[in-house]
Design a protein around this ligand. Structure first.
Ligand SMILES: *Cc1c(COP(=O)(O)O)cnc(C)c1O
Length: 358
């Protein structure tokens, strides 16, 4: 399928942000949007890059009622010689299709998806920030568009991609977070949709985050929904613990989002000879390790920040201070290595980088 391209006329182009230190996250979008439609009888049709616009939906569009909505989050990075790179985009494409299957939505052809990403990013290449740490955020989304109120999986869908410049996550350097272990609420349960990037998961998480932030914490640490004992994720990021020499992250049991950053960290740490375990880790084990002095580092992982050091964990009124509230050595090494691969400043031993050439 050929992607049709209708570019915005020069006089309608938006002004590009001048001060990249003020970009923030998700506030500015570029001049174009990619869209492709789906109908049960036609499959995907009319792939199009067109001037950025709002969407028009029937008030009865199924996505607005029963939550058939999935998305992805990834970035494009500008290297020092002005090359533009994507980081492991096929992983996001695969994950979007995994989410689609679970929510009875149609798979999207990986080649069409990749082509759309590359073409859209290439057209918007002047929007990719120049400062280190800043990037072009990419948001692919699929929604159910059939107009009907009976509960059923939609026969029509819209897939679209919007992109926009975002600032460095750590403009003033690392700031270790203070996280609250929530017991009253859960994010996802095994058998549910926790492993999908589906809007419903985030709606379910808002109240706990809001309450934690009101109490002065940066984020919540989620425990498993059944025993409320095993650590799952922190906010919308995966989590890692360095206990002794073992780097531990919870296994992908179905309630955890399989992060691309998580997988990259696992592969990279293993290649450095760090013993990595994907295993259940209870909050009690974390407390005991802290008491014994073997809890060395804790960090969250995700596309937004790469890694985000955890300085404090509060559980049932007890505060665990990690590494005296400072960023750990392994955390920092992983951060630097991944950042340098993403920006094309280092060899790419795993073949994670894709150059966008139009
Ligand atoms: C997106 C996301 C992550 C991180 O995934 P990456 O692919 O590394 O960005 C982790 N947990 C949740 C709940 C997420 O939504």
């Amino acid at each position: 399928m050929e992607i049709k391209i209708v570019t915005v006329s020069p006089e309608k182009m938006k002004p590009k942000p001048v001060d990249e230190s003020k970009l923030g996250f998700g506030k500015i979008f570029t001049d174009h949007i990619f869209t492709v439609k789906y109908h049960d009888e036609r499959g995907w049709y009319d792939p199009l890059i067109e001037p950025y616009r709002s969407l028009s939906l029937e008030p009865t569009a199924l996505c607005l009622h029963y939550g058939q909505e999935i998305f992805e989050g990834m970035k494009a990075y500008r290297g020092s010689n002005n090359d533009i790179f994507l980081f492991r985009p096929m992983e996001n494409i695969k994950r979007m299709n995994t989410s689609a299957e679970r929510l009875c939505m149609p798979r999207i052809d990986p080649q069409l998806f990749l082509e759309a990403l590359k073409k859209l990013v290439f057209i918007e290449k002047d929007w990719v920030p120049r400062s280190k740490g800043a990037s072009l955020y990419i948001r692919p989304v699929m929604i159910a568009t059939e107009a009907a109120l009976g509960l059923h999986h939609s026969s029509e869908y819209l897939f679209f991609i919007v992109v926009g410049p975002v600032g460095a996550y750590y403009p003033q350097g690392f700031s270790p977070t203070n996280i609250y272990v929530v017991e009253e609420y859960v994010r996802a349960v095994r058998g549910g949709i926790g492993y999908c990037k589906a809007g419903g998961n985030y709606a379910a998480s808002l109240l706990a985050s809001k309450q934690a932030i009101e109490k002065g914490y940066t984020q919540v640490l989620w425990l498993d929904a059944i025993e409320r004992k095993y650590v799952e994720e922190v906010g919308t990021s995966n989590i890692f613990f360095l206990i002794g020499d073992e780097l531990i992250t919870p296994p992908l049991t179905g309630s955890i989002l399989p992060g691309v950053t998580r997988d990259s960290i696992i592969q990279m740490a293993k290649s450095w000879g760090v013993p990595v375990s994907e295993r259940l880790i209870s909050i009690d084990e974390v407390l005991e390790a802290s008491a014994r002095g073997t809890l060395k580092e804790v960090f969250a992982s995700g596309t937004a920040a790469i890694v985000s050091p955890v300085g404090q964990i509060v559980y049932r009124g007890k505060t665990i201070v990690v590494n005296e509230g400072r960023i750990g050595k392994l955390t920092e090494e992983l951060y630097n290595e991944i950042l340098q691969i993403q920006y094309g400043e280092k060899d790419d031993p795993f073949g994670w980088r894709i150059k966008v050439t139009g």
